[in-house]
Ligand binder design. Structure first.
Ligand code: S3P
Length: 428
């Protein structure tokens, strides 16, 4: 346990930071770099615990991955050069590693066992196991394969036509990855679009993949070709500073090189709706992904309604949006976000408990929360629930709290943002 005591902050936040590389894109850079033939150079890789799990998994299968700070060099002779791991895979806290790897492992000629930490061991895996079994995957595990530990006896898969019953990019990606290794064609349809980094990167690595509307089709047994990947800054990490700049009077922060993929920018639309002062500068594209610099300055905020198709486009930002809502005049309602119940922790409960402890007016619902603002926040002892995004939201909340905030354990922040406090302190 690593407790953190945060004293009340009476200043303003000002300056420029560059948040670390995008978590989703970093995972995928390692995955596709390892499956492709040739040398893949990855720059601005997220050196967080979750992405390291993905690196470790491919090293266990014989891929040569060299790290130099946030640069990676991945050397592979392609899918057929991977070898069976002698040891089980430990995926720590990483749902993305687990679900995407299960898609790949199902189609490789190996026997594997995967397990994770206490949080990951509670998270539903049937959402990937069900479609993978339809493709012919031989998977077993706790609770009939719905919970880790899970074993896979890799086999010859056949393509499927699958409509996602959950709003999940991880499930979509697992099926597409299995489709890459399967016989025939795999079609995945989603009712509400989720992040499309897998599709973008498959295209960048030369895969034959077609997207029309909400449907993606991938054909089988393809050879991927290595390509360099420059990882954009993670908008989900930038979100903490977007919120801090918006709620601390007098603040003005510039966030450089943030990923602005439309499937991830729901937070920007919510900030605009709430009346925040945000501007985007220097827009350009790197490695098939749009990026730009975001300037945020303090402004008076008002409540809003967040529901429907926007939810997958800001799902990871809801904890920090809830904090924003406590500082907005009026009511903010968040609906259709039942997926929050199965994240690193039940984020509806965790957010409600944390913000209530600090004096906010927040009511949980089955699929979201209702927050009445604006309320001053007092200090208190809060629980991160071992969830990086809850811990960082608590740290930003402490900046506007009237007395000391103690977070019970901040070690989880290294999952996605190891330098979080260094960046925060540089703006104080
Ligand atoms: C991710 C997808 C999202 C997100 C997670 C990363 C990804 O999960 O919450 O942090 O990289 O595909 P779901 O797809 O399960 O909603």
């Amino acid at each position: 346990m690593s407790e953190k005591v945060l004293m009340p902050f009476n200043g303003t936040l000002a300056g420029t930071i560059e948040v670390p590389g995008d978590k989703s894109i970093s995972h995928r850079a390692v995955i596709f770099g390892s499956l492709a033939n040739g040398v893949t150079n990855v720059t601005n890789f997220l050196d967080g615990e979750d992405c390291k799990r993905t690196v470790h998994a491919f090293r266990q299968m014989g891929v040569n991955i060299r790290e130099n700070g946030t640069d990676l060099v991945i050397e592979s002779d392609g899918i057929t050069s991977l070898t069976e791991s002698k040891q089980p895979f430990y995926f720590g806290n990483s749902g993305t590693t687990t679900r995407l790897m299960l898609g790949i492992l199902s189609g490789l000629p190996f026997f594997t066992v995967s397990y994770g930490d206490a949080s990951l061991s509670k998270r539903p895996m049937d959402r990937v196991v069900t479609p993978l079994r339809k493709m012919g995957a031989m998977i077993d595990g706790r609770s009939d394969g719905s919970l880790l530990p899970i074993s896979v006896r890799g086999s010859t898969l056949k393509g499927i036509d699958y409509t996602l019953p959950v709003k999940s990019a991880q499930v979509k990606s697992a099926v597409l990855l299995a489709g890459l290794l399967a016989e025939g064609q795999t079609t995945v349809t989603e009712t509400i679009p989720t992040r499309d980094h897998t599709e973008n990167m498959l295209k960048a690595f030369g895969a034959d993949i077609q997207t029309a509307g909400n449907t993606t089709i991938i054909t089988n047994k393809q050879r991927l070709t290595a390509t360099d990947v420059q990882v954009p800054g993670d908008i989900s990490s930038a979100a903490f500073f977007l919120a801090a700049g918006a709620i601390i009077p007098g603040s003005s922060i510039l966030l450089k090189n943030v990923g602005l993929n439309k499937s991830r920018t729901g937070i920007m639309e919510v900030l605009e709706d709430m009346g925040a002062d945000i501007q985007i500068e220097n827009e350009k594209a790197i490695s098939g992904e749009p990026i730009g610099d975001i300037r945020v300055s303090y402004a008076k905020l008002k409540g809003t309604v967040i529901q429907g198709d926007i939810i997958p486009r800001l799902i990871d930002e809801i904890p920090i949006i809830a904090l924003l809502a406590t500082q907005a005049e009026g009511i903010t309602t968040i609906k259709d976000a039942e997926e929050l119940r199965v994240k690193e922790t039940d984020r509806i409960n965790a957010v409600t408990e944390l913000l209530s402890t600090l004096g906010a007016d927040i009511t949980p619902t089955g699929d979201g929360m209702i927050i009445k603002g604006k309320t001053p926040l007092n200090g208190g002892k809060i629980a991160s629930c071992d969830d990086h995004r809850i811990a960082m939201m608590g740290a930003i909340a402490s900046l506007i709290s009237e007395s000391e905030v103690i977070i019970d354990d901040i070690s989880c922040i290294s999952i996605s943002y190891p330098g979080f406090f260094t960046d925060l302190e540089s703006l104080m």
